[in-house]
Design a protein around this ligand. Structure first.
Ligand code: SAH
Ligand code: SF4
Ligand code: F3S
Length: 436
């Protein structure tokens, strides 16, 4: 039996897919990259903006043809769109045999059985079930041997007025320290060097179980063999001095933090209900820079939030110029059903959103080439995680892709390199020495 899986959305969805692969392996399924030969096709969906929603329907249209050749083949939809739409999705796409969400991935074995028996296996729950922790019993199946994601919390308790995530992923639930550490140990034994902690707001980890995210960082760092630690996403509101201190004190925490700002105007930030001002955001950036020498940042920005004026947008540009982010992910505001911003007055025309987006990207382009220049000639630590076109590839601690000349035997090693040439998104480097 073969399965094919297509994943949209954020890293958490990717990690869910890695877990789904683990479950399917335990059931004897093998993965295929050709959906035409699959007995089970799964689409792990995202609904953060309108575009990913539409993509799902077009893929379903394509995958449907498989049933002509193999009538027993099953088609499943999981993830955030499934949770948001429920039965409505099946009405729109009757080809769907199986549907579940991030709440109940662990129920996949039963759902497959039901679908094989000829029933529609639709299990969209209003709330996460009590036994959702069963999910952790399945190991993930990863493409990357050396860097692994570890989901440390699910859901989100913030209520940003544009965002659908609290509706698709539910309330914030921190995974227990014990369960996280046991997965980290398992991964290290499996050859992993870099642990990437995941959650919609990882910095809020522990708040619901009487613990603090900084404790998690210290404890993960204590696990023998953990060479690097990253985490996504750090919400600025929960980024406090204790976390900054931990980041500074723990050598394995890399010099790169993703901290979405969304907007530079305090009026817009308030309308978004982000819980911080531009000044507070900048103070946190400053605090992190003081605690961790050489730290870099990436961010998310929403362009064209309802009522955003030229002046508001200029404040976003100002902020981008002030911080000089290494990476900027910008999105045109997309009104999501059942969120307050959907029906806010003052929706911005698409043309204006497009024009502002272009301006933002141009500003960022200039910043990127300035940052790139700064890398030339510097020495960097790179964890080699792949081999492409006869070159080693890996990331610097600051999360830049680096191409390194060297033998394939260096896969999985941390090396010291010197940057020969810097491009906006990658660095050409020469090998200096092997560190570990
Ligand atoms: N929890 C993270 C963000 C998760 S969603 C945080 O709060 O920072 C990932 C990104 O998608 C967000 O940072 C935001 O920039 C973007 N996004 C979310 N909802 C959106 C919407 N309705 N329209 C456009 N972009 C959106
Ligand atoms: Fe969405 Fe806000 Fe939660 Fe991030 S913090 S997932 S943007 S509601
Ligand atoms: Fe998308 Fe769900 Fe992630 S909506 S961004 S897959 S949490």
């Amino acid at each position: 039996m073969k399965f094919f899986i297509k994943t949209f959305g954020c890293q958490m969805n990717f990690n869910d897919s890695e877990r789904i692969k683990g479950i399917l392996h335990s059931l004897g399924y093998e993965q295929t990259n050709n959906y035409e030969e699959a007995d089970l096709i799964l689409i792990n969906t995202c609904t953060i903006r309108e575009k990913p929603d539409q993509k799902v329907y077009s893929y379903l249209g394509e995958y449907k043809k498989i049933k002509e050749k193999n009538p027993k083949a099953l088609i499943g939809v999981c993830g955030c769109l499934a949770q948001r739409m429920g039965w409505e999705l099946v009405k729109k796409a009757p080809v769907v045999d199986i549907m579940f969400s991030s709440y109940n991935i662990h129920q996949l074995p039963e759902l497959i059985q039901q679908a094989q028996a000829g029933y529609k296996a639709i299990a969209i729950l209003e709330n996460p079930p009590e036994d959702e922790d069963k999910l952790w019993e399945y190991p993930t199946v990863r493409d990357n041997q050396y860097c692994a994601y570890v989901t440390v919390m699910k859901g989100c308790d913030k209520n940003c007025t544009y965002c659908v995530v609290p509706k698709t992923r539910g309330r914030q639930r921190s995974r227990s320290l014990e369960s996280i550490l046991s997965e980290v140990k398992y991964l290290i034994d499996d050859g992993v060097k870099e642990i990437h902690l995941l959650g919609q707001n990882v910095t809020a980890w522990g708040q619901d179980i009487g613990m603090h995210f900084s404790e998690l960082l210290y404890r993960v760092a204590e696990v023998d063999g953990v060479e690097r630690i990253r985490f996504t996403t750090g919400h600025p509101k929960d980024m406090d001095e204790k976390i900054a201190k931990a980041i500074g004190e723990i050598p394995q925490v890399c010099e790169h933090i993703h901290m979405p700002v969304q907007a530079g105007s305090n009026r817009i930030l308030k309308l978004m209900d982000r819980g911080y001002t531009k000044e507070e955001y900048l103070e946190k950036i400053q605090m992190l820079r003081e605690y961790k020498k050489g730290i870099t940042f990436s961010t998310d920005v929403i362009v064209g939030f309802p009522t955003e004026t030229e002046e508001d947008f200029e404040e976003t540009i100002d902020l981008i110029k002030t911080v000089k982010f290494e990476q900027l992910f910008s999105f045109k505001f997309s009104p999501r059903p059942q969120t307050p911003a959907y029906s806010m007055e003052g929706q911005v025309e698409d043309e204006i959103k497009t024009a502002r987006m272009e301006r933002l990207l141009n500003v960022q382009k200039a910043i990127l080439s300035e940052i790139a220049k700064g890398y030339e000639g510097t020495y960097q630590e790179v964890l080699i995680e792949g081999w492409e076109n006869g070159k080693l590839i890996g990331r610097t601690r600051t999360n830049r892709w680096a191409n390194v000349e060297g033998p394939k035997e260096l896969l999985g090693k941390t090396v010291l390199v010197q940057v020969v040439k810097a491009h906006p998104y990658s660095l050409d480097c020469k090998l200096v020495s092997v560190l570990s």
